[in-house]
Design a protein around this ligand. Structure first.
Ligand code: CA
Ligand code: CA
Length: 94
């Protein structure tokens, strides 16, 4: 699976209300999936940080372009992100 595909799948999974953009609550879902070792506090802090960093038009959500940018950067830190066997070894730190 290519990174772009993996990201698309991740977005589709996370976009619970199906509006095509990722709200903070949905972003924290993605983070808990990708980085299960994060505590609730760390996850919350990371969500805030990523929202601030990638919400270019400051509308409070990440649209598909913004979230893709965000996940592409995260993916670089997760070597196994694009592999099909990924899942068990997200033992990386942000
Ligand atoms: Ca959504
Ligand atoms: Ca936005």
């Amino acid at each position: 699976m290519q990174v772009a595909e993996a990201i698309k799948k991740e977005i589709a999974l996370a976009d619970v209300n199906g509006d095509g953009s990722i709200e903070p609550a949905e972003l924290s879902q993605i983070l808990s999936h990708l980085f299960p070792q994060l505590s609730m506090t760390e996850q919350q802090a990371k969500t805030d940080e990523l929202m601030t960093k990638y919400d270019d038009d400051h509308d409070g959500t990440l649209d598909s372009r913004e979230v893709r940018h965000c996940l592409m950067n995260l993916a670089k830190k997760i070597p196994s992100f694009a592999s099909e066997s990924a899942g068990a070894d997200y033992a990386v730190s942000l």
